[in-house]
Design a protein around this ligand. Structure first.
Ligand code: F6P
Length: 344
């Protein structure tokens, strides 16, 4: 499905002809933070310490790499890291991290610090930067998909997605209470950057009446008709889950108000979806991705790699494949929701 490299990662051709025993590894978290990133960092620190390797942390993402803002990651409690959200390395988005001179500066700092391999934990923006860095510096890079948006090609799930969905679900349960009491329709906006993975998952799991995602033209007339009929049947409250990338959310709320005659309120869930102690699922994904990435890095692959989850297995694919790939949304899930909602 993903053009997975079956066992090619076992194919030594791709790896350094001479096995380089890496002693100094770097970790960087250059993108949006996601619950579980620290669980991955903790796993790599613990595994590398067991093998007497040095772990160099890069603070504040790619800006830290350009400014040589490094830290030795020694005595950090593994079990503390497992449950703490965000990233202890902090992060900062650096749009200029594609310019040659910036990349060259970063590459020089890596060499000066003696970093032999780099683990990049982040989303598609981080991965684009990692690919550019690998191409200009030749450094060995393995990437771990961590973003609440779950929009990374080559993996069924990213670190943080499960936790973000559970946080949004809990918030919607609370909104549902007041929607029932006031017989209102709520348009609830969830994150997801340009995609609808969070909205689709949370929409189904919350039993929402309708889901609006950027991948599908919103059937607003049908939804309005269905909500109006439902109100006539005595069902006077509704939750509409909408992905932040869907445009004109305010107009959608006004339209539903006019068409149904109901009071329509909007609620933007926002940054609560980026925080909160990671769920078991997000932590386990972090541990499995990180331990796999650590083993791959030690093999010094000649091309930058990404670890991922495919059909329940932890796999390795070329980072370039992931950066160039487009992850399709599961349209069957969307169709299933329409059957379940009986509104549209
Ligand atoms: O990528 C994670 C994410 O939270 C998206 O869901 C959201 O669109 C974006 O980051 C917000 O970006 P920023 O943190 O720069 O405000």
């Amino acid at each position: 499905m993903w053009g997975r490299e079956s066992s090619s990662w076992l194919d030594k051709k791709e790896f350094a002809h001479t096995i380089i025993i890496m002693k100094r590894l770097g970790i960087i978290t250059p993108g949006g933070d996601a619950p579980g990133i620290n669980s991955a960092i903790g796993t790599i620190i613990r595994l590398s310490r067991n093998e007497k390797k040095n772990i160099i942390g890069i603070n504040d993402g790619y800006r830290g790499l350009v400014d040589a803002d490094f830290c030795e990651m020694k005595e950090i409690s593994f079990n503390w890291l497992m449950g703490v959200s965000g990233t202890i390395l902090h992060s900062e988005r650096l749009d200029s991290f594609k310019e040659k001179k910036i990349l060259k500066k970063a590459s020089k700092n890596i060499k000066n610090k003696g970093i032999e391999g780099l683990i990049v934990i982040g989303g598609d923006g981080s991965f684009r930067g990692a690919l550019d860095l690998a191409n200009i510096s030749g450094i060995t890079i393995v990437s771990i998909p961590a973003t609440i948006d779950n929009d990374i090609y080559g993996t069924e799930e990213t670190i943080g997605f499960d936790t973000a969905c559970n946080t949004a679900l809990e918030a919607i349960n609370r909104i549902k209470d007041t929607a029932v009491s006031f017989e209102r329709i709520f348009v609830v906006e969830v994150m997801g950057r340009k995609r609808g993975f969070i909205a689709l998952e949370v929409g189904i799991a919350s039993g929402a009446e309708a889901i609006l995602i950027p991948e599908v033209e919103p059937p607003l007339e049908e939804i309005a008709k269905g909500l109006k009929k439902a109100r006539a049947r005595g069902k006077t409250n509704a939750i509409i889950v909408v992905a932040e990338a869907v445009s004109n959310k305010r107009e959608i709320a006004k339209f539903l108000k006019v068409k149904t005659g109901a009071t329509v309120r909007e609620s933007i869930l926002g940054y609560i979806q980026r925080g909160g102690s990671p769920t078991r699922r997000s932590r386990m994904l972090a541990v499995e991705f990180a331990s796999h990435a650590y083993e791959i890095l030690k093999e010094s692959p000649t091309r930058p790699k990404m670890v991922g989850l495919q059909s329940g297995e932890i796999v390795t694919i070329d980072l370039e494949q992931s950066v160039q790939g487009y992850k399709e949304i599961d349209i069957e899930k969307y169709k299933l929701h329409r059957k379940l909602s009986n509104i549209y």
